[in-house]
Design a protein. Structure first.
Length: 202
């Protein structure tokens, strides 16, 4: 199972605690959830953890705002998902947040159900694209297996019985293995598995 890393940026320790419990409640591991008290500290932390989702305050009075945090991170992490919390959700701020792809915007103070509803909808939407998130959502159905594994179009074809040369020695292909989109073979006189790009085919 791959880690899905969350970063919560807000000055309130109480909100950190609430957000952590909420996200854990959706089935994510507690150690995947990181918190920061400012946009600047969130940026420093993000350099280490490369978050998948950022929930941030606006930090409108700080040297680094929440939107600046997101702009910087999106340049490094194009797939980043995020959401905004703010005491002042003006139309200009809301428009800019939407342009930056905010999955939701919440005006402070908000109730626990309001945050849970907004986060739940965001995770359901995100889960349609990201299996590690989707499998935790109610009613999730794993995508059907599409058939033959994908291989790049320039991958050479091999089959059992083919004559090849590996490391200067002529060998016979015993079997062909496809794993994670990579093609490898087992050879007649070599223990182990060899990637096909290391072979010369007669």
């Amino acid at each position: 199972m791959s880690a899905v890393r969350f970063l919560v940026a807000d000055s309130s320790p109480a909100l950190h605690t609430f957000a952590r419990k909420m996200i854990v409640g959706y089935g994510f591991e507690a150690n995947w959830i990181h918190t920061a008290a400012s946009a600047e500290s969130a940026l420093a932390l993000a350099n280490d953890i490369a978050p998948h989702f950022v929930l941030t305050d606006c930090f409108s009075r700080e040297a680094t705002t929440g939107l600046q945090l997101v702009e910087t991170l999106r340049a490094r992490l194009p797939g980043l998902r995020w959401a905004l919390m703010s005491m002042e959700l003006s139309s200009a701020l809301g428009s800019r947040a939407a342009t930056l792809g905010a999955m939701f915007q919440l005006r402070k103070p908000f109730t626990a159900p309001e945050m849970q509803t907004a986060m739940g909808k965001a995770l359901e939407t995100w889960g349609q694209e990201f299996d590690e998130v989707g499998r935790r959502m109610p009613g999730y159905r794993r995508p059907r297996y599409s058939g033959a594994p994908y291989l790049p179009s320039n991958t050479p074809a091999f089959k059992a019985g083919d004559l090849v040369e590996y490391d200067g020695v002529r060998q016979t292909v015993k079997s062909v293995i496809i794993s994670r989109g990579e093609l490898s073979v087992q050879l007649s006189d070599y223990p182990g598995v060899v990637a096909v790009h290391k072979l010369f085919k007669y």
